[in-house]
Ligand binder design. Sequence first.
Ligand SMILES: CC(C)(COP(=O)(O)OP(=O)(O)OC[C@H]1O[C@@H](n2cnc3c(N)ncnc32)[C@H](O)[C@@H]1OP(=O)(O)O)[C@@H](O)C(=O)NCCC(=O)NCCS
Length: 201
Amino acid sequence: MATVDKSTAHSADPSPRAELPGQLDYIQYEHSLEAQYLPAIRALISKDLSEPYSIYVYRYFLYQWGHLCFMALNPTDSSLIGVVICKLERHASHSAPTLRGYIAMLAVAATYRGHGVATALVKMAIDAMAERDADEIVLETEETNTPAMRLYERLGFLRSKKLHRYYLNGNSAYRLVLLLKPVDVDAAADPEPDECLPVLR
Ligand SMILES: CC(C)(COP(=O)(O)OP(=O)(O)OC[C@H]1O[C@@H](n2cnc3c(N)ncnc32)[C@H](O)[C@@H]1OP(=O)(O)O)[C@@H](O)C(=O)NCCC(=O)NCCS
């Protein structure tokens, strides 16, 4: 779902890089943290979007699958450095329905990129979905988003489909899939577009 509109920024991000402020705290989102962290989550993710998602989009995910949202926090002041937001649902368009995880949003503060923060967050999300018996995990990412493509492919995601002019900015995307269990190869080779949310930007 989420992608960046400023696609050229992927390879020429001018933000100054900083060392991580020590060992980050990685925590699972919970509803009691909404007032403290939802504004920061929105700000972090919106920063790279041309049209920020409404608060209802965040709540759609966080109310139902807050346990599949993980945050990386600065240990010195508990501020948000990175976040991943996911969902997990039965997907019925396959001949054999699958339990499909979906990575909807992922972002790391520009200053702290390149230190493995997103990798750690995505691994936590994968583990949480695998523990809940997910068959597969899918996502879309802009084809020009080199950091995201590298990250996901390093973690074992495969390109299942190219989605031409998928985003409103005219850019194409790849659908990536991580198979967690043996599945029907024909069904898994061509998953349908995301079953829930239209492209919102
Ligand atoms: C994509 C994103 C989450 C990666 O966060 P991160 O914490 O820097 O990621 P990691 O450090 O775990 O790993 C990034 C990988 O990309 C590489 N990378 C980082 N910046 C890169 C760049 N400009 N060009 C090419 N590769 C780059 C890193 O070296 C690493 O790959 P490697 O370990 O194989 O060398 C971050 O760049 C971001 O928030 N981007 C904006 C939002 C976004 O694009 N979200 C994903 C939408 S699907």
